[in-house]
Write a protein that binds this ligand. Sequence first.
Ligand SMILES: [Zn+2]
Length: 328
Amino acid sequence: MSFEFSKIKKYVSKAKKLANMPPNLATPGIMADKLIEDFSTVPGDYLHLTVKKAATLPLIKAVDNEDGRLLILFHNCDLYGVEERPIVLIGKGVCFDSGGYNLKHSNMHEMKFDKAGAMSVYSVIKACKNQDFPRPVIAILPLVNNKIGSSQTFPGSVITTTLDRTVEIRDTDAEGRLILADAIETAQRMFNPEIIVTVATLTGSCANALGEHYTGMFSNLIDCPDVTRNPLSTMVFASEKAKDPIWPLPVNKEHVKNLKKSKVADIMNYNKKECGGSSAAAFLAYFIEDTPWIHLDIAGTAWKDDEATGRPTALLLTWLESMVKEGN
Ligand SMILES: [Zn+2]
């Protein structure tokens, strides 16, 4: 089987345009409505999207109990039959990140770009729909604002997730990993994914380590015996082909162990003693249950000179093409 996306640049531009939107015009509610309307213009199955309110999602609710939500978009999925397992793409959609009670202290205007992961994933599933990509794909977009205010979660709070894991929120500015964890639990509980890819402007540490050229890549597939034939190496080749550079960084049990030192919960969302990019990835890894997983930390690459770059849209589209060609 062979499949190629045309007009990749068009989808990169779309992701850019959405990520550039100012926070007053791109609240979670406004963005959800906008994306639903845009996605509905493409003819397809009736059941092509669903929206879950924050009330049913404990970690999303802990970050934004007013406007938070989870948007789920489907392409080519037969949700009632036993069909091919879907590729699940999860994008962090923090429409504005003030840090919450752990308030940020510099360059806060840039935090409108904290939704770039979700906007890139949206653009990718729109391309799949427009061009009839031959495999099932699900996009899961947690959309929130991380604000300050009397109803915001205090550092030290303990939240119980849908699957009864307990999380101590040590730092309210480490909110991206919380909303992604809710999305990961939802994906595994409902969709039996073949693979999960998380895309997020997740850590300043990753941006500091790799600069603005390389997206950080983490995965539980690195130790896979046949590493040359797995979706991770396909991602590396796609990166070269798309000229959308990535660089591997480690995530392992030691990083997870460091987050399990909470005295009041199963895991904490932040422990300053550990390297930030790997630690954030480890938090996500804790929620992944034997599902192949690739995590792209785009904190250094999602915007440049006050403008979104649209990355990693080209990478993801090229990777999806390769997943079809190689029969992965
Ligand atoms: Zn934050």
